[in-house]
Ligand binder design. Structure first.
Ligand SMILES: NC(=O)c1ccc[n+]([C@@H]2O[C@H](COP(=O)([O-])OP(=O)(O)OC[C@H]3O[C@@H](n4cnc5c(N)ncnc54)[C@H](O)[C@@H]3O)[C@@H](O)[C@H]2O)c1
Length: 148
């Protein structure tokens, strides 16, 4: 599903793909990018967010946002995204990050976090997009006796 929130205008600015852009960090990043003159494409499957967040990004920044409803674990869909949107760089926030849930359902986490990232990297290379910001939480597991 492809759509535009707000009215799209032509721009010579660079276009940044924000994966997971309807999520917590992604939506704030999208507003900051738009305020600095970048064009933004948000790609999200809304498994932990809502398209309403993208409406908010557009109204807060006063700029249009291109929204692509896509599951990044689907390689063909990721390729369609890059074919339909001229992307200059990518900020990758799409992922799952709840520690307890990851222990209960590790395969879902491997599929989402690893397959999505591999699909993205492979497609970026195929479309000659070589700039990536990857965001990852560093969580320490266990119950250590001492924390230094
Ligand atoms: N929240 C933090 O404090 C924090 C700090 C450092 C790093 N991070 C990392 O930043 C990233 C985003 O964190 P967040 O807090 O914004 O999480 P979030 O859950 O609010 O946002 C993640 C977004 O990714 C989307 N998504 C998940 N799987 C997808 C898929 N297969 N295809 C397309 N979209 C998908 C979700 O719908 C959601 O909108 C995570 O990788 C997280 O580890 C978060």
């Amino acid at each position: 599903m492809f759509g535009t929130v707000g009215q799209m205008t032509s721009s010579n600015d660079r276009t940044i793909l924000v994966t997971g852009g309807a999520g917590y960090i992604g939506s704030h990043t999208a507003v900051a990018l738009l305020e600095r003159g970048f064009d933004v494409v948000i790609a999200d499957n809304f498994c932990n967010s809502s398209p309403l967040a993208v409406d908010a990004v557009s109204s807060l920044s006063g700029r249009p946002v291109r929204l692509v409803h896509v599951d990044l674990t689907d390689l063909d869909a990721v390729n369609d995204l890059f074919t339909s949107c001229a992307v200059d760089a990518v900020i990758h926030y799409a992922g799952l990050k709840a520690v307890g849930e990851s222990v209960e359902d590790p395969l879902r986490y491997y599929r989402t976090n690893l397959v999505s990232t591999m699909n993205l990297l492979e497609t970026m290379a195929a479309h000659e997009v070589f700039e990536l910001v990857f965001s990852s939480s560093a969580t320490v597991y266990g119950d250590p006796q001492f924390v230094e």
